[in-house]
Design a protein around this ligand. Structure first.
Ligand code: SAM
Length: 381
């Protein structure tokens, strides 16, 4: 596999013309350059033939448990006749399909007044989503990210996302004895290289200050200014209801601990991790862990209430994965298949090594008095 790609030439030419660029601009091109970015070029990204798995690809039970919680959200809002589900970063529509299937099967009254809005940066995924959600097509509409954040879209219901925020471009910083500096991407002798300079915007220092983080000299970190911007758009569009965010990440104190000297930036290519973001541009995924403290603090500033935050395994266990497993046990499947499914589902909830504890769930609300959600139940209680 060539380390250089057509995108390498485009970015190199851009730097030659306009000078060094921020890592956020570099990452935005690598992931979203029209036709050439990782998410904006053809090819399977998620699943066995792709570069990484998400919880959605593991089993439909993941979406069904989210469906259970969404039905509880609807109840907590007094079973309104209309309820809108919005998914941001909907990919191929698999998660939306599992949630809608569950609600159509188990929550017929809610399903009657349900509409689904998909927001996805890559417009070509619309046909895959259309196909995946054929059974629910009468409820389905689409919004571009620009339309979503324009301020003209409002709804009551639940906006959810899975692994959206880890895919938003980040700035990279390093603390030096002279103060905070930003890492830029430049070109030296025709090769991409890193350069260091004053932060490109005062928002970076303001971000770290908001979460009370002081990096140690020599420590590198990422600052995701797109995350609070996205949340601001989400909060503005939410008239009443919930925002449910699932992603891998930590609180700011855990994320920016001095022990994590090089930050959390990682690339994925064919199920292998890679630390060098300057190779295979557009062919490998680039991600960083999410800072959930920023989402919680910004949410409060935006008038949202933080309802629940915790590990994905706790969320799934208290919101109904055991009931889903019991249903599989009661089903007419062969014993061998049941065993295989039990082992598969373990991946979602295993606290160590699985997807259970690196993944976190944050639920925020607006206009719901004392919400009582399934995930707030005691596990096993
Ligand atoms: C890591 S993938 C996750 C896809 C899917 N949610 C899953 O879990 O399999 C991130 C997705 O978010 C999309 N995306 C990135 N920025 C976005 C934005 N601002 N609004 C909507 N979608 C976005 C990308 O195109 C990509 O499909």
């Amino acid at each position: 596999m060539p380390e250089k790609t057509p995108l390498t030439d485009i970015i190199t030419a851009r730097i030659a013309q306009q000078g060094r660029i921020t890592f956020a601009d570099f990452m935005a091109s690598c992931l979203y350059e029209p036709g050439l970015g990782y998410y904006t070029s053809p090819g399977r990204k998620v699943g066995a033939e792709g570069d990484f798995y998400t919880s959605i690809t593991v089993h439909a039970a993941f979406g069904r448990v989210i469906g259970r919680e969404i039905a509880q959200m609807w109840r907590s809002m007094g079973t309104p006749t209309g309820f809108t589900l919005v998914e941001c970063g909907a990919g191929n529509g698999r998660l939306a399909c599992d949630i809608m299937d569950y609600l159509a099967e188990q929550e017929t009254l809610m399903y009657e007044g349900l509409r689904l809005v998909l927001v996805e940066k890559e417009p070509s995924l619309e046909s895959a989503q259309h196909e995946m959600l054929a059974a629910h097509s009468d409820r389905l509409t689409w919004l571009s990210p620009d339309e979503f954040s324009s301020g003209s879209f409002t709804f009551s219901g639940c906006l959810y996302s899975n692994e959206l925020i880890d895919a938003l471009p980040v700035h990279r910083v390093v603390m030096t004895s002279e103060g905070l500096r930003e890492l830029y991407v430049t070109c030296t002798d025709g090769e991409l290289a890193e350069d260091i300079g004053e932060p490109s915007t005062p928002e970076i220092e303001a971000y770290l200050k908001r979460v009370d983080v002081e990096l140690h000299v020599g420590q590198q970190a990422e600052v995701n200014l797109n995350a609070p911007q996205w949340l601001a758009a989400a909060a503005k569009s939410l008239e009443r209801g919930y925002i449910l965010t699932i992603d891998y990440g930590y609180t700011a104190a855990e994320l920016y601990t001095p022990r994590r000297k090089l930050g959390t930036l990682l690339c994925y290519y064919r199920h292998q991790t890679e630390e060098n973001p300057y190779i295979r541009l557009g062919l490998q995924d680039i991600t960083t862990h999410v800072d959930f403290t920023t989402l919680m603090k910004c949410g409060e500033e935006l008038g949202l209430q933080n309802v629940w935050f915790g590990e994905q395994y706790r969320f799934l266990l208290s919101a109904g994965i055991v009931e889903e497993i019991e249903e599989i046990e009661r089903s007419a499947r062969a014993d061998e298949e049941k065993l295989r499914l039990r082992l598969t589902l373990k991946k979602l909830i295993m606290p160590e090594g699985g997807m259970g504890d690196t993944f976190r769930v944050l639920i925020q609300s607006r206009g719901v008095t004392s919400p009582k959600l399934l995930c707030q139940r005691r596990i096993g209680g």
